[in-house]
Design a protein around this ligand. Structure first.
Ligand SMILES: C[S@@+](CC[C@H](N)C(=O)[O-])C[C@H]1O[C@@H](n2cnc3c(N)ncnc32)[C@H](O)[C@@H]1O
Length: 490
């Protein structure tokens, strides 16, 4: 069971409106879920009968799971109901706590029937959003910061430190870079560490990353060594990063996946072990699911893609590099009651199509096919209203050529929705980089793996598409993750 897939709870909540934690739920939550952490902190060890006034997804799911984990029970309210009805429900349900958006709390506060409402059972009000007040005596009012810019920035820095420490530990284990008085060329380091030829590019990028962050010093074409790093210090760096991640930005298994890669670096760089098997152990997709679907940033961006598709009223939709279907799942579910949609789910690899056919079996308007963004030109120009490319365009050998190819598939006025990472992610240099193809565009010259936000904007412009939106903006808590949704119009 997936931690954020709490559909099984929905029925039970509707049936008896007082769900208790089950062994099934506890087991799923042992791995943590994105967004649950701040709620567990807020509830502390006081179990509540919690009236949840959020839809049962995103924040709503987090609150339900956290309430149950804290030993409480849940009553689900309708966030769209008239405030008078919500106040009546508050009284009738015997809720000891209520969780709601600040706007809704404001409306309850100014509702004419509020002074007549009996708040005797209600002990705590938890709200999200702008600071607000509650004029009636009794309940204690707390604002819950679900995810802050500072928390995410801190995670980004600690995670980077852990990854860099692992790179250094791995290289030093081969008797290189352990002495500040001795220098080596890149080639000497690659040879000493027995790096497989196809991975030379990746380990060269480690050297660049370690130099950029002042861990190593470069002199001409030589790298000076540094004091040997201690395995305990590396473990501690990982512990800190994992603590900031789990329950806030994603599930524990995502952080554990990267840590496992870090521990297997000697085998990955020599080619004795395949990175694909760490991401898809025994062909399982649960780690990839947690990585692409159940992180705070994936949830946020996938929801924005779906909203955009809805807003555009698109009928003919093509998804390229749909992979595990993390984005497709949200978009397809939100299109479920539209009879006039045609959704073509494609990927380069047939492996993903088999799983997707099962996952989307209930939607007869979803079709499946192989599509290669590097080579396949269409015999059906202008066949699509929207094309979705989530996390796939960085695989393009030549981003410009791929953008032109996709543009040709769009009807004039159609939209291309691109989700892309836009900086160097050192965690990718110790994991997926071992299974990516080398780029032939500007990235080859700059030695980077992903185009920057500005480079994407320029590439989209060169392709003759116009940028309509780039999300999130610079003040958003998730902006330090540097992953964006680009909306471009033909
Ligand atoms: C990082 S994953 C994308 C995540 C995906 N949107 C999901 O939800 O799982 C990259 C995907 O791009 C696919 N891919 C790689 N190269 C491709 C190509 N040349 N054409 C089409 N798809 C490709 C991979 O098979 C993989 O499924």
């Amino acid at each position: 069971m997936n931690v954020t897939d709490i559909g099984f709870l929905r029925r039970r909540i509707e049936e008896d409106d007082a769900v208790r934690s089950t062994p099934e739920l506890r087991e799923a939550l042992d791995s943590g879920a994105p967004g649950v952490g701040p709620w567990l902190d807020a509830f502390g060890d006081r179990p509540e009968r919690n009236l949840v006034l959020f839809p049962l997804r995103g924040i709503g799911s987090d609150i339900v799971l956290a309430t149950l984990l804290a030993g409480g029970t849940v009553v689900l309210g309708d966030p769209g109901a008239h405030p008078a009805r919500t106040l009546a429900l508050l009284e009738r349900s015997g809720a000891t706590a209520v969780t709601l958006p600040s706007k809704l709390l404001e409306r309850l506060n100014s509702e004419p029937s509020a002074p007549m409402t009996d708040f005797a059972e209600l002990r705590r009000i938890f709200y999200v959003g702008e600071p607000t007040r509650f004029d009636f005596p009794g309940p204690e009012l707390s604002r819950v910061d679900t995810l802050t810019f500072e928390h995410v920035s801190e995670f980004v820095a600690r995670f980077r430190d852990a990854v860099l420490a692992s790179m250094l530990l791995t290289l030093q284990a081969n008797d290189v870079l352990r002495d500040p008085a001795i220098s080596h060329t890149g080639e000497e380091i690659l040879t000493a560490a027995r790096v497989a030829e196809r991975h030379h590019g990746v380990v060269e990028r480690w050297l660049t990353a370690l130099t950029e962050h002042g861990v190593l010093v470069r002199q001409g074409d030589r790298f000076l060594g540094t004091e040997p790093i201690d395995a305990d210090a590396v473990a501690q760096a990982w512990d800190e990063a994992e603590k900031l991640w789990t329950g806030h930005l994603g599930a524990a298994e995502v952080a554990a996946y990267f840590r496992r890669n870090a521990e297997r670096l000697p085998q990955l760089m020599t080619g004795e072990e395949q990175a694909t098997l760490l991401l898809f152990p025994e062909g399982r997709t649960d780690i990839a699911d947690a990585l692409y679907r159940d992180t705070a940033v994936a949830r946020y961006l996938n929801a924005r893609v779906s909203e955009t598709v809805q807003r555009l009223g698109a009928k003919r939709i093509l998804e390229v590099g749909a992979g595990t279907g993390a984005t497709s799942e949200v978009v397809i579910r939100d299109l479920a009651d539209r009879a006039d949609v045609d959704y073509l789910f494609t990927d380069l690899s047939a492996f993903f199509l088999t799983t997707a056919k099962e996952r989307f079996a209930d939607y007869p308007w979803v079709r499946f096919g192989i599509y290669d963004i590097d080579t396949q030109d269409s015999d059906e120009p202008g066949a699509f209203d929207v094309i979705i490319a989530a996390g796939v365009l960085n695989n393009a050998r030549d981003a410009d050529a791929t953008l032109s190819r996709l543009k040709a598939l769009l009807v004039p006025g159609g939209s291309l929705l691109i989700i892309e990472p836009t900086r160097e992610y050192y965690e990718i240099l110790i994991s997926q980089a071992f299974m990516m193809t080398a780029a032939e565009d500007v990235r080859l010259r700059s030695g980077t793996m992903f185009l920057s936000r500005q480079q994407w904007v320029e590439a989209i412009d060169r392709a003759g598409l116009s940028i309509v939106d780039v999300t999130p903006d610079d003040t958003h808590p998730l902006s330090p993750m540097s992953q964006y949704l680009f909306v471009a119009r033909h």
